[in-house]
Design a protein around this ligand. Structure first.
Ligand code: BES
Ligand code: MN
Ligand code: ZN
Length: 498
């Protein structure tokens, strides 16, 4: 879907606009927006509201044809709630409904003339982004691996947003498109089957992104990982026939001397649990255990496209977690890259085992901050559901500030996170009789003990951890990857680049 800006003024009116369809807002109690009023000089919209054919409730829609005082072939009335001061939720619901309606009409272009400047508590930038992301969502298809492709949405391919043609709006549109494209990539990767989306596939994709956007890309192979003494990461890949890949991407858009932000992604392309094997039902969904890595790649696509003026380094540890005669066993003790020994009590707690070495590797970049992103624990889904990613940092002033910065970016992007503690007390739960630490904690607070495990490997820099087990994927009939937390991460980086 293609987006542009179309500004209306007294010379260039909405009534005169030629278009396949114009979407305008109507409200409960038969009220309508200023844009709708401008198109209602023949009374058709008033009549539609009077008839009760549209309630004005968020998400209700009604298509009108032959509106006499409009140059458009169709007018789509979109319910947006009580009144002109639209809530965020009503706006999002309305835009999604409009995009859905656009998919089934015989027009290929449309104008969104919804109250983008009247969303309560939000700037125009936010509304532009909401439109573009909703448009991508409406046309997104997961049919890469189907022999018969899902029917493409018939109708609208080009959407103009009726907003003032300012430099700010243009910039917001470009940023929105970059974020939506990044999310699409993350979704595609998450949805691909695990026999296709292997560590090698992720490495090749990183190389391709490097070619497209000028990132420096380095892929470390098993031999190099052995030389680096990544004993913890390598122990996870023991049972797999697929070679592990350690992927490093560099977007050096800032000043050469500026410390980079490092994003570290969990790239388990399939998590069987290993010898501590998972139960059968829904195990297929463990193909999305690479969504941390996928969100790093999606975020790189976004910042590459917007040519962000910031130094950002992506680090991805990618492998499979498989059982086999060579697989790591419960009770095995491995030595991580930073020298700490780890007793692997449960081979299904593999995410932290690959991340700890990636986090140690990140030290070499002398980072301004490191954020790791991982589908780390089922317990995070229990704690926060699908609405918020779990955010974990230490509790000192520097880390409190980083946590606030990340939470604020999430709110700004409508891709929210919720903070959980990282405290010394939880480290007690990770004690091992035989090694420096165990890879699982004693019962209770499993998401927190997982984060605290990682904390042990991040003491040389400022660090935050995002557990996206609940937010990266939706289950049920419409199962698939969501593209989160690409909006949060990209917004965080954009704010840092300001
Ligand atoms: N990849 C899983 C976490 C997960 C579970 C993500 C459900 C998405 C949905 C992770 O590797 C895992 O298996 N974690 C275990 C940890 C446990 C053994 C301490 C878990 O959460 O059960
Ligand atoms: Mn696991
Ligand atoms: Zn996992």
């Amino acid at each position: 879907m293609d987006f542009s800006i179309k500004a209306f003024d007294t010379k260039n009116t909405i009534q005169a606009a030629k278009s396949g369809c114009i979407a305008v807002a109507v409200f409960e109690n038969k009220k309508m927006s200023a844009q709708a009023k401008a198109l209602d000089q023949g009374g058709e919209i008033t009549a539609a509201l009077k008839s009760g054919d549209i309630s004005g409730k968020p998400g209700s829609t009604l298509m009108l044809r032959n509106v006499t005082k409009s140059g458009a072939e169709r007018i789509l009335l979109v319910g947006m709630g009580a009144d002109e001061q639209v809530s965020e939720k009503a706006f999002s619901t309305g835009v999604a409904a409009a995009m859905k309606a656009f998919g089934s009409i015989g027009a290929n272009d449309a104008i969104i003339a919804l109250p983008m400047e009247n969303v309560k508590g939000r700037e125009l930038d936010w509304a532009i982004r909401a439109c573009v992301i909703a448009g991508h969502e409406a046309v997104f298809r997961t049919d890469a691996q189907k022999s018969k492709k899902d029917p493409a949405p018939a109708g609208v391919q080009r959407v103009a947003l009726a907003v003032p043609n300012t430099a700010q709006a243009k910039a917001a549109l470009a940023q929105a498109q970059a974020i939506a494209n990044g999310m699409d990539l993350t979704k595609e990767l998450g949805n691909l089957s695990p026999n296709v989306c292997t560590p090698t596939y992720l490495a090749n994709l990183a190389r391709k992104l490097g070619g497209d956007y000028g990132f420096e890309v380095e892929i470390l192979e098993r031999k190099q990982l052995e030389a680096l003494k990544m004993g913890s990461f390598l122990s996870v890949t023991n049972g797999s026939e697929q070679p592990p890949k350690f992927i490093v991407l560099k977007h050096m858009g800032g000043k050469a001397k500026d410390a980079p932000v490092v994003l570290v992604g969990k790239g388990i392309t399939f998590d069987t649990g290993g010898i501590s094997i998972k139960p059968g039902p829904n195990m297929d969904e463990m193909k999305y255990d690479m969504c941390g890595a996928g969100s790093v790649l999606g975020t790189f696509r976004a910042i590459g496209e917007m040519n962000l003026k910031l130094n950002v380094i992506g680090v991805i540890a990618a492998c499979e977690n498989m059982p086999s005669g060579r697989a790591t066993k419960p009770g095995d003790i491995v030595t991580s890259m930073n020298g700490l020994t780890i007793e692997i009590l449960n081979t299904d707690a593999e995410g932290r085992l690959i991340l700890c070495d990636a986090l140690t590797y990140a030290e070499r970049f002398k980072p301004a901050a490191v954020i790791d992103i991982a589908t780390l624990t089922g317990a995070c889904v229990i704690a926060l559901g699908n609405h918020n990613s779990g955010l974990f940092t230490r509790g000192d002033d520097v880390h409190n500030a980083l946590a606030e910065e990340i939470l604020a970016a999430g709110r700004q992007a409508s891709d929210t996170a919720w903070r959980l503690p990282v405290e010394e007390a939880y480290n007690e739960q990770l004690k091992s009789n035989f090694a420096d630490l165990a890879n699982i904690g004693t019962p209770g607070g499993a998401s927190v003990t997982a984060a605290c495990f990682l904390e042990n490997f991040t003491r040389k820099y400022t660090w935050a951890h995002l557990d996206i087990a609940g937010t990266a994927w939706k289950s049920g009939a419409a199962k698939g990857a969501t593209g989160r937390p690409v909006p949060l991460l990209t917004t965080f980086l954009m704010n840092r680049a300001k």
